[in-house]
Design a protein around this ligand. Structure first.
Ligand SMILES: *Cc1c(COP(=O)(O)O)cnc(C)c1O
Length: 385
């Protein structure tokens, strides 16, 4: 399965770089929109934080998705890529005044509000601008997702969202405000979730909350269930995309939407992760005392997920069909955590070989840093090579 990479074309490029398979992204977008299209009131907002590459953003926008932004910079990137402000939602626990003002001035569709304090500020700033902000309240559903502790967000102790026990008070306050309009409820339980039972639990929680609010005669216009659908990092060649059919089907079957209610999703990783690879060259092979190191020219500054979350990415030697050898694949950055994988088998590596680190389209390029004064990685789309 090395044929999908245009290695001849890579030879003239400086490594490391991100390489995006446009065909796979288009396939993924078609699949998502095909599944969403079965349900008249389902909408997907792409979570821009997963990958804000402008070419990918344009492809995603052309596929008909909205944008889910978590900063003023992302709102600007989304608008620059052609997303209509009416299709942009803005989330985050710590929105600065300038970011709220930007959202208000551009007329974004919704602020996902995470605290009473933030609600007061949005009401005040909207008043100053003589406008009304549509707000959804992000409720912490107190559901543990079966994923890495650093990327679970829906537990009671998490910094995200409004506690269930405060929900009614915050809604009452929202309804009493002059410059905000209550648009709905927002949830997000975590990321890289492969157990659809976690989304089923979220549906049960939302069903209960809806009944509770109906008893108080509170109407909810839209429900936003966030993102979090995971992908298969182990088998990128065999499992090309996430199981969108079962994901959307779970919500269609389990969530009791009221007539007129719309259901919003904020998928990030599942949209873009599979289509990206980090392409790097082997610099040196070093035989240590107990192990053999494959030292590559990409480092944790280009892809921090392995160092930050102990994330697994499949690694392949694109230049060799020689017998397998065992290596630790490491970068050049002066940190012991600058390791992409330990004790993995690769076709025998030599200086200059191209190595592909797979499934890095989400939370890869966007998290790159300039630590060690390293340049940011370049990015290429298969269409343009
Ligand atoms: C990060 C995030 C998402 C996207 O999560 P994925 O796991 O990439 O799908 C969606 N909504 C919110 C509020 C987020 O913080």
């Amino acid at each position: 399965m090395k044929g999908q990479f245009p290695i001849e074309k890579f030879k003239s490029l400086r490594t490391p770089f991100y390489y995006y398979d446009a065909e796979l992204l288009r396939d993924t977008l078609r699949t998502i929109q095909g599944e969403v299209g079965r349900h008249a009131n389902f909408f997907v907002h792409y979570a821009v934080k997963a990958n804000a590459n402008s070419i990918l953003l344009k492809m995603i926008r052309q596929a008909g998705m909205g944008a889910d932004c978590v900063s003023g910079g992302e709102i600007q990137a989304a608008i620059a890529a052609g997303f209509s402000p009416g299709d942009i939602v803005f989330a985050g626990v710590g929105k600065s005044d300038w970011e709220i003002i930007l959202g208000l001035e551009r007329g974004i569709s919704c602020f996902n509000v995470e605290s009473m304090a933030e609600l007061e500020v949005i009401n005040q700033l909207a008043g100053q601008l003589n406008t009304t902000a549509r707000v959804a309240l992000r409720i912490n559903p107190e559901i543990g997702a079966h994923t890495h502790a650093h990327i679970t967000t829906g537990l009671a102790e998490s910094k995200f969202g409004i506690a269930i026990r405060d929900m009614e008070a915050v809604i009452e306050r929202t309804l009493s405000m002059e410059h905000v309009r209550f648009a709905g409820l927002h949830f997000h339980i975590g990321s890289q979730i492969l157990d659809l039972g976690d989304f089923h639990s979220l549906c049960n929680r939302i069903n209960d909350l809806q009944l509770q609010l109906e008893q108080r005669h509170i109407m909810v216009e839209s429900i936003n269930v966030g993102g979090g659908l995971g992908i298969d990092y182990l088998h990128p060649n065999r499992v090309r995309m996430a199981d969108f059919k079962n994901y959307f089907g779970t919500f269609a079957r389990r969530l009791h939407l009221r007539p007129q209610q719309s259901l919003h999703f904020e998928l990030g990783r599942a949209v873009v992760a599979p289509c990206g690879s980090l392409i790097t060259r082997v610099l040196y092979i070093k035989q240590g005392v107990t192990k053999r190191f494959c030292i590559v020219d990409a480092g944790m500054t280009d892809l921090i997920r392995p160092a930050l979350y102990q994330a697994y990415h499949k690694i392949e030697n694109l230049s060799s069909n020689e017998p397998m050898e065992t290596y630790d694949v490491v970068g050049p950055v002066c940190e012991s955590s600058d390791v992409f994988a330990k004790h993995i088998d690769l076709n025998c590596c030599r200086r200059g070989d191209f190595i592909a680190i797979r499934s890095v389209g989400a939370y890869g390029e966007v998290m790159a840093s300039g630590y060690n004064s390293r340049p940011l990685p370049q990015a290429y789309i298969s269409d343009d090579l």
